[in-house]
Each structure stands twice: as structure tokens, then as C-alpha cells.
Design a protein around this ligand. Sequence first.
Ligand SMILES: [Zn+2]
Length: 476
Amino acid sequence: MSSYETVIGLEVHVELATKSKIFCSCPTAFGKGANTQVCPVCLGFPGTLPVLNRRAVEYALKAALALNCRIPSFAKFDRKNYFYPDLPKAYQISQYDLPLAVEGYLEIGMEGKVKRIGITRVHLEEDAGKLIHSGYGDYSLADYNRTGVPLLEIVSEPDLRSPEEAKVYLEKLRSIIQYSGVSDVKMEEGSLRCDANISLRPAGSSAFGVRTEIKNMNSFKAVQRGLEYEVQRQGAALDAGRQVIQETRRWDEDRELTFPMRSKEEAHDYRYFPDPDLVPVIIDIDWVEAIRRSLPEMPDERRRRYVAELGLSEYDAAVLTASPSLADFFEAAAAACQEVKAAANWLMGDITRHLKAMGLEIRETKLTPSHLAELLKLQNEGTISGALAKTVLDEIFATGKRPGEIVSEKGLFQISDKAALGAIVDQIIAENPKSVDDYRGGKEKALGFLVGQVMRQSKGKANPELVNTLLRDRLG
Ligand SMILES: [Zn+2]
């Protein structure tokens, strides 16, 4: 393949976590029975009128400010007209030329460097319904519970230069939205959705190539893989002297490829016009400033504080601050036990492994910061070894019991009694004459093997340092 530069821009949709919909008072809870959260307004009955949800605007502004956007004082809503069964009104209330927020950015770390990715605009619109395509007959079912849920669209500048950068941008965006507290941004529940525009151009060229829009990438990994596929596909077409066609393509997760859905619409196809049922929105500057002040510490600030004040490495600080629930947990645990580095290591190691396996956020588990603090204390005092601490952690996740309680119930105390350990050490020495000879012959590694055997024999309860000393004494 010739040398091309990849140009990617992302359009991200985030469902705002308001209690009610954007233009009516229907609830927005996820996972309720089909068409149980609907009313004449969100079903688009004739004669009904939309009323803007103030909280939706507040949340949108909050996210926009967290993304360093400028907030113009005047915004309006427009109708985007298209005909599809997921849209009972046959138009979506959105924002066209005067969005709520413009000219923002966020920063991502790529290969140790900070790169700023521009955000063109952030606007507010209503979500459409959901179609459930029957696997049996030639029909589809429509669920309008989602119709009218407030949706934030965040459009980036075409500043991303690789599929990996796109994934990192998306993770950072999710982190910032999570911190601002306006959405739970769960890709698997559809509260975070991402479409991508991607094109290639000859390296060094400043003009943009023909782009395709990729849809249906339902996970962070899918975004990266879908874009990687598209880089290959477009590159091969250009190499062969063919033109890339401007179109919308769908990512097929199972077949690992994109395929054409429809030729790309232009804005004029939607016949945008100002919604005559809604008055324009005048944004009060004092309100904007009050919302700005209400923003909590953002991930970048928090990461810098962890490095400067807690002495963590850049990498550790970035991992721990990626989600606010993990960062809050870390701070609470570290404060409770004064063991900053140990708390960080447990969270990034064994605890993260558990969370990944369970597919949960830390706040959704039975583990609390005080559990972790107590566990670290037991380990520090020598009551339990590192190996036993892992067993205790498994048990906390399963039962939510206190670490001390688990240790006494299961008899997991570390054996630091010289006589008791001495007996096991003698037994292992007697059973492994070859390793004993090796050690005496100068093979230091053989000692490690013998320590391991003692640990095994004691079911992980032996104090490893003491085992080491006892073995050296006896073999010296
Ligand atoms: Zn409604």
C-alpha cells in the first residue's frame, strides 16, 4: 500500500441522564417494557406541543464546558426531516446552524505526547425509537420508549490520524462525560454511540480525500477494528486507481468488515428548518458561569494532582483517573490506610482483573474502600501473606464480608511460628535432596524452588521471609 495519511472525525451521541425526556414528562429509565414510557408528545400526535426540559440544557452545557467549548448566547432548535419507522413525527428536533456549544477541545496522550483534538460543536437533540428486527418473518417491531430521550451530539474536528487515536479519543471523551456526571455513557446500553468519518489522502497533502461514514460500531474495540478495516479497504482502492465512493457503511462485527448501507445524504436532503413550536434559547451568562463552577475536578487535573502530590507515575495516575468511580475509590482507600502505592497496585492489578471478568464498575461490586484498606493493613502487619490476601479479595467480591472476618472464618492466618514452619521446612529438605545439593553447589535458584515447595505445603500460609531465613539457616 502506498503511503497515505488517515483522517478521522468522530460523531458521538450521548444520552443525557435526565429523569424525563427532552420535550415531554415521560420517564427515561432503561430496560422497561416496550412502549410503556410514551405519550402523545413523544409519539408525535397532531396538536401536541413540545416543552423544553431545562435540566437537559443544563446537562448539555455542563458537558460542553467540560469539553472547553464556547457557549454562544443564542441557540435554536431545528427540524431534521426524514421518514423512518423509528421516528413517529417524521422529523427529529435537533440543532442545525446555531448549536448550544462550539469550538471546544480535549487532550489525549499518544506515545507520551499530549495531542489536542478539536471539538467542532456540541448540540442537543431528541433520540429516535428502537426497531427490533424479527428473525422470523418480514416485519420489525417498534419500541418508542427511547423516542425523545435527550441526546447530546459531540462532533470532533477531523484531527484524528489513526484508528488507535480514535479509540483513545473516545475513551477520554467517555471519561470526561462520566466526570461531569451528565450520563452513564455505557456503550453496551446505547447511552454512548459513535459514528466515524474516515478518509485517506496522500501523505503530505492538505486536501481531504473522499470520506465514508461508518456506523454500528458498538464497542471501543469495534471502533478501532472497524476503522482499521476501512483504512485497508480505502488504501487498496486508491492503490488500484479506483475512487472511494462517498457513502455510509455498516460495520459487521461477526464478519469483521464494513459494507455499504446507502449513499451519503447531504444536509439539504433533510430540509432543516427552525422548529416553529419552540422558542429560541437565550443562554444566560450567569447560569453558564454557575454551571462551570459546579463542575468537579476533571480527569486531567486529577491525574496531575496524583503525580504532583501523591508521587504516582504518569501511567498509574492515568489508569486510576480514567473513571471517576475508580479514582474516588482509590482516594478513599489510600486515605483510610495511608498506603498510596499499595492501594494503587491492588486497584490496577488484581481488582481490575476481577472487574473485567465480572464486567462491572467498581461501585457495582461488594468491595468498598474500607475493605481494601483493611486488607492492606492485614498484609502490612504480617497477619496474611500476599498470596492469602488474593484469596481474601476473591472472598470479599463473592460475599462482601470484612477481610478480618474472612481471615478468622477460613483460618487464613499467615504462619510466622518458627517451630511450625521449621517442621515443614525439614520435610521439604528431606523430600528434595537434588535441590538441596544444587543449592549447596552454588545454584541460588534452587532455594527459590524450595521456598515455593514450603509455600505450597502450607497452602500459601507460610510467611515467605521466614521460610527463606529458615531454609538458609539449615542449608548454610
Ligand atoms: Zn412522552
